[in-house]
Design a protein around this ligand. Sequence first.
Ligand SMILES: *Cc1c(COP(=O)(O)O)cnc(C)c1O
Length: 260
Amino acid sequence: MAEPLQDDPRVAEIAAGLEAVRRRIADAAAAAGRADFPELIVVSKTHPAEDVVALAGLGVRQVGENRDQEARPKAAAVAEALAGAGVPAPAWHFIGQLQTNKAKHVARYASAVHSVDRLDLVDALSRAVVLRREREGADAVSALDCLVQVDVDDRADEDRPEGIGPRGGAAPEDVPELARAIAAADGLRLRGLMCVAPRAVDPAAAFTRLAALSARVRAEHPEADALSMGMSGDLEAAVAAGATHVRVGSDILGARGAVG
Ligand SMILES: *Cc1c(COP(=O)(O)O)cnc(C)c1O
């Protein structure tokens, strides 16, 4: 099955990008003296469902999306394309700013939300899972993994260079309360923390800050050991700082242009 797939030039291109990124992750893990291999989430935003089908054929089991309007039809198209193909559909990780009124949609196709940044979103996601369980049966709907997105930029708004905005996420001091709310919510499972490195600073400092915060969260919630950090441009620094999940898009699927 993998052989004929690779005849397609787009599939060959994706396979090469995937191979290069997997090697970078392995090299970074080895350089940091880590015996584990951080999980790769391939970010497919702005790229078509066909690319995700190709990724699945190449063994990718985790993909990431940041907009519900785009992710919802894509997840459905991928599921349809892979039905009966003998290739498991990937798990969808939601990694973008999420409006409360979209929580119900996202809870239907996503297995994890990395961008939980406020209490009303915790409530909305919990209600969405509870509702699904009432409709489909408690055993049919697994808990939704949630990560708290943290704003790890320690610059004040006015200290950031012109045109460089915040990356989103909860203030570090609000993280313990959010973590407790997720851990206590029906239908949700607290998995850990996530960040996007601030622009125009050394990402290593930001990743170290998230790792330190994670140690504090784990003191209270030992199961919440996921650290989702690192993208195409900074995955080595993230792996060195202890990332358990890296989210890589453009270095595998190509440049996205102005959107995303
Ligand atoms: C787009 C995106 C990524 C992937 O970024 P690349 O630079 O394309 O690897 C990772 N995380 C989040 C939250 C994103 O929005």
